[in-house]
Design a protein around this ligand. Structure first.
Ligand code: 4AD
Ligand code: MG
Length: 442
């Protein structure tokens, strides 16, 4: 039953003149009573198949003529070179339909259905997400996404990082209470994790270099172009490291993701309309660092209202990053703007030793990280000044009680990186089944 031939290989010229058996789905058909042109789709591309009544016989010809869009078929014939669009086509010798489509329920995603949908095209496609996955744009996006995931694993594994898993049910916040998802937990309250970090820090003295790619959850009420309630989070933690060491990893990771996309997904990116020169620039050029205070001044200079001490929200990052040619690190945020785990700068404890990496073209934050508060006295001071209860964090404080060392790490929003590098308008384009405050189906 194994599939032997792929449309991508046919298009690449590997099977010229050969008899092949292709398996896939009907993308579209047209033709007459004597000859039909069926475009077959598989995961690697689309190929025109030419079906002649006098070659395949009446029964096969009529079956194929009736095959509706997205019927699955096995089709055999000879690969021929043509001057037409794709360069190759299949002269069909025989075919059979494996999974027919019921004529009473034709494939719902059509141009006219999209334009006539009551809730608009976007909602229509989200309602039919399970079927939309098969369309060209989404398929390309999913391949790009796979390359990004692969690049993250390779980056860390090539550098002796250990992949490590943290629980998803947790007792406390990492990134503040306002975006915590509460779940009933056998008569108690638990939360869905916002980040792997605190549990990674517990393993830091055991493994020293660790990473993960896992879902994180944030109860983001507002729907924006860059927020999901469930997103994929690539995180790393490293012992014996300061803010600058962690930033270096963030920069190399993002650049190596861009490099992997150039090597593996140029075609998909071009088909999505991406300017590859930008991606080359993101892979080859180093990323500048600016301090929070400078960013605030720049924004104020552009007439944006911002007070010192505020975190930068999307509207501000968008303005700030509009003119960037490559990602920039923003460092040294005010202590009051960041959660308790960030280490105050010993040179000026008004600030913390942290960084956000802001992607250009208006995309904004893709990485948040920094150096951790690593002594017991400092962490207790930070927890208390935030009025955070100590109890859920006792395990975290213990990491400092037993041989604390300088360490740090970051979290990268994988879906955001996919959106930025693919040039998507909205983060939901990059994930198969996007979750936001209004939607958990399909
Ligand atoms: O900046 P954040 O909140 O940092 C942390 O969670 C740290 N504990 C990470 C660490 O140091 N290990 O989140 C990290 C990144 C953001 O820069 C952003 O890219 C992504 O996670 N992110 C989201 N992506 C999609 N939807 C959301 N709602 C996101 N919230 C954060
Ligand atoms: Mg952040």
């Amino acid at each position: 039953m194994t599939k032997e031939f792929w449309i991508g290989d046919v298009l690449a010229g590997s099977h010229d003149g050969l008899e092949v058996e292709l398996r896939g789905w009907v993308y579209r058909t047209r033709g007459s009573n004597k000859i039909r042109f069926l475009v077959l789709r598989d995961s690697t591309g689309t190929l025109q198949c030419v079906i002649k009544r006098d070659i395949v016989g009446d029964e096969c010809f009529d079956n194929l003529s009736d095959a509706l869009i997205e019927s699955s078929i096995i089709i055999s014939g000879e690969v021929k070179k043509t001057d037409r669009e794709h360069g190759y086509e299949l002269e069909v010798h025989s075919a059979n339909i494996v999974g027919p489509v019921n004529p009473d329920r034709p494939f719902p995603i059509t141009e006219s259905a999209m334009s006539e949908a009551d809730g608009g095209e976007t909602e229509f496609l989200l309602d039919n997400r399970h079927l939309y996955l098969r369309t060209g744009r989404m398929t390309k996006m999913l391949k790009i996404r796979s390359t990004v995931f692969g690049a993250v694993h390779s980056y860390f594994r090539d550098r002796e990082f250990i992949e490590y898993q943290a629980p998803n049910f947790v007792a406390g916040a990492v990134e503040g209470g306002s975006t915590l998802f509460e779940v009933p937990y056998f008569g108690k309250k638990a939360y869905l994790t916002q980040s792997w970090q605190l549990y990674a820090e517990a393993a830091m003295p055991a493994l020293e270099r660790l990473y993960t790619i896992a879902p994180s959850f944030r109860a983001e009420k507002s729907r924006t172009r860059r927020h999901l309630t469930e997103f994929w989070h690539a995180e790393m933690e490293i012992a014996w490291a300061g803010n600058e060491d962690v930033m270096k990893h963030g920069e190399s990771l993002v650049r190596s993701i861009a490099r992997s996309l150039i090597d593996e997904r140029e075609q998909e990116l071009l088909e999505l309309g991406r300017d590859m020169e930008l991606i080359h620039n993101y892979a080859d050029t180093s990323y500048p660092r600016i301090r929070y205070d400078e960013a605030v001044e720049t924004l104020q200079g552009k007439g944006i209202e911002i007070e010192w001490g505020q975190d930068l929200d999307y509207s501000k990052e968008k303005v700030l990053t509009q003119d960037f040619e490559v990602p920039h690190f923003l460092t040294h945020y005010p202590r009051v703007a960041k959660p308790f785990y960030h280490r105050p700068d010993p040179e000026d404890p008004k600030y913390v030793l942290c960084h956000d990496l802001l992607a250009p073209e208006g995309y904004g934050e893709i990485i948040g990280g920094g150096e951790r508060t690593w002594s017991e006295s400092e962490i207790l001071e930070r927890i208390d000044e935030e009025d955070t209860p100590r109890e859920p964090y006792e395990f975290y404080i213990d990491v400092r009680r037993y041989g604390g060392v300088p360490h740090g790490g970051f979290g990268m929003g994988v879906d955001r990186v996919c959106a930025w590098l693919s040039g998507a308008d909205h983060i939901r384009e990059t994930i198969p089944f996007p979750r936001d405050s209004r939607r958990v189906t399909p």
